[in-house]
Design a protein around this ligand. Structure first.
Ligand code: ZN
Length: 445
């Protein structure tokens, strides 16, 4: 169980290539898992059950006796997680719908302030919300007792909007499922899973010998199984980590410190090379698909089938992409570790990520998208490693750390990755100038 001296991270374990028999066993479990989820979605997504989803035991108890498990001959260790999983999805579906409607209510100018207060309160109190939807009696919430509102009109509006926006989730996913700890056992260099036959287990040989005692997500990809496993990592204390470091997270070099040290040098070119390659592959593929569609449309089925067989398989493309990505992530992690070991920080100061307007597209090329997604990954890993190593991480606002000169405070010029100040003649890199400004800004407070 998690305690305050550990943090949870997820690792992925890979199986060796599995036999046809084992693959079809896993497929069967995944298919039934999704059948159970869809059943729960259909039965519990409606307004009748909106107040019966928490705690999950109510639904679980009903699902235990509804006969579905017996009908599918589905082991309990998968069945109950599928039910719980589905309930979680329904709840998050409800909160998405509620938030959407609250936004609409707040933007609706035909409503009075009092109307809005009442309606938003109803959405926040699940018991009242359920009563309104189902036309049952309820006690007026305290903050709404003195409001001047037409309750009937408001409740009708609530019901109408909910009817309009509520939907029943559905899953098409038939290659993954979760298993609870009493459904597996790590042994003999792999994992034994509960099967549909009493006392018989299915063995998946694994490429590493890590073990877990938590829920595991199992995903089937081709002949291989991937296990997503939460593991506890002990928090480390380093008595010799006493420094404060100021970090600029960049697109070219991953991390630049205000002392001039750089880690993850030229991350950009690693990401860029990869992006260009993928772009090229994508374009080649698109041309092939067009050709395929043309041949098929012309009725040249042999030719079309030929193109399909030889070129349209995604498998190789996907696995190559995944491998490259893993390699880049390895590089990022190694460099962050090297930074921690070298700099020995007890405190790290960075800037908050800049929130761009999400509705506008800032990235025309996949390249930018890619490096942005990696900079999010860098931040995430840095935060995690700080947690594991008992390092304080402070995020300050980036305002004033980019365009001004770190020496004289004048407005500098930024060209590519260079920073030039015409006031004092300071010439440096954008990254180092920013890192120094972060140090300055943090210590001014
Ligand atoms: Zn200057």
């Amino acid at each position: 169980m998690p305690d305050k001296n550990t943090v949870t991270k997820t690792i992925v374990q890979h199986s060796y290539a599995l036999t046809e028999e084992k693959v079809s066993f896993l497929k069967g479990i995944a298919q039934d898992y999704s059948k159970v989820k869809n059943y729960v979605y259909r039965r519990y997504s409606g307004i009748r059950n909106v107040n019966r989803l928490t705690p999950v035991y109510t639904v679980l108890n009903e699902m235990r006796v509804c006969g579905l498990r017996q009908q599918l001959d589905f082991p309990v260790v998968y069945y109950e997680l599928a039910v719980a999983d589905a309930v979680t999805d329904i709840k998050s579906n409800w909160s998405i719908v509620k938030n959407k409607i609250i936004d609409l209510i707040n933007a609706n100018e035909n409503l009075t302030h009092d109307d809005r207060v009442y309606i938003c309160t109803v959405f926040k109190m699940n018991g009242v919300f359920s009563a309104v939807l189902n036309g049952e009696d309820y006690e007026m919430p305290n903050n709404s007792k003195d409001l001047e509102i037409n309750v009937k009109k408001c409740n009708n509006l609530i019901r109408r909007l909910v009817r309009k926006y509520i939907s029943v989730p559905k899953t098409e996913n038939t290659d993954s499922f979760k298993v609870s700890p009493n459904g597996y056992k790590y042994k003999d260099g792999g994992i034994y899973l509960v099967s549909r036959m009493p006392r018989q287990r299915v063995f998946l040989p694994l490429k590493d010998n890590r073990i877990s005692d938590r829920q595991i997500l199992i995903t089937l990809k081709g002949q291989q199984a991937f296990l997503t496993v939460p593991v506890e990592t002990r928090i480390k204390q380093h008595d010799d980590y006493t420094n404060t470091v100021y970090i600029y997270i960049g697109n070219r070099d991953m991390i630049t410190l205000s002392n001039g040290n750089i880690y993850g040098a030229d991350l950009e070119s690693i990401v860029y090379t990869e992006t260009v390659r993928l772009d090229l592959k994508n374009r080649e593929r698109a041309a092939l698909v067009r050709n395929y569609e043309k041949q098929a449309a012309d009725g040249k089925n042999d030719k079309a089938a030929n193109i399909e067989r030889n070129n349209l398989g995604r498998k190789k493309y996907d696995s190559m992409k995944a491998r490259r990505r893993a390699k880049t992530q390895d590089f990022i992690n190694t460099e962050i570790n090297r930074m921690l070991q070298t700099e020995k920080p007890s405190h790290i100061v960075v800037t908050k990520p800049v929130q761009k307007n999400r509705t506008k597209s800032y990235s025309r090329t996949a390249n930018l998208k890619m490096s942005r997604s990696f900079s999010a990954y860098v931040r995430q890993r840095l935060a995690f490693k700080c947690q594991v190593n008992s390092i304080t991480l402070t995020e300050i606002n980036s305002k004033g750390t980019g365009s001004v000169c770190c020496v004289c405070g004048g407005q500098g010029k930024r060209l590519k990755d260079k920073f030039t100040c015409e006031v004092c003649g300071n010439e440096t890199t954008i990254a180092l100038n920013s890192a120094k400004n972060i140090e300055k800004k943090f210590n001014q407070k």
